[in-house]
Design a binder for this molecule. Sequence first.
Ligand code: HEC
Length: 214
Amino acid sequence: MKMNKLNIAFAALAISALGSSCVSRGNDPGWEYAPDMYYSKGYEPYNQADSFQLNPHGMSMRNPVAGTVAHGKLDFVYNLPNTGEGYERSATEVTAPANVDGIDTRGKYLYEIYCSPCHGIDGKNDGAVFQKVSTLKPAWKSYQDEYIQNLEEGKIYHTLTYGKNNMGSHASVLTPMDRWRVIKYVKQLSGVSTNSVALVESGVQETSNEDKSN
Ligand code: HEC
């Protein structure tokens, strides 16, 4: 008899607890005994974080040692300075890797996205931007000019990396290998192709695995 009364009391308690958590508390997740698990702290590498008082400025992460190169990003290292002298040196010191592929596919695809708005689909400097603001145009008329035909690939790489006057840097949108693919495509448009590799004909080429590790 006593047991039964106790059971009923427990049942009533359970029902009222259920009722209160389901009905009256709505979406309230209830009692959080480990709130950090529900609301994880998103540490930002280069700012705040009260808990990292030993690092300068309370940063979560320290700046890498000068000259550090991330794994697989060795080809991103470009040692020539963004100066007239660096530009001149790029003519002979910067050369295309031997295995530039996808010139007709990925090179063309990237050229049409990033370059054609100014230089035009065929490199005739008749893209929408140059048409609208003709004062932006370079002195040479088109890629078919001797200037571009004779321009060293290293100098184009330098220009794509740093930009030149009215042309901005494309380093943030083109990996080093993609820069070479576009450069080879530019040379192809100019009529003087220096492509060392047979052209790939089919469709737009996806970034290869080798690029993804970059
Ligand atoms: C905003 C317009 C604009 C875009 C986009 C642009 N360019 Fe240019 N580009 C210019 C201008 C302006 C110059 C002339 C720079 C100078 O010599 O003053 C130039 C110069 C060049 C040259 C000659 C560089 C040299 O060393 O004299 C090449 C080659 C070239 N661009 C290729 C490209 C390629 C490839 C892309 C795409 C990745 C591209 N450009 C995107 C405006 C643009």
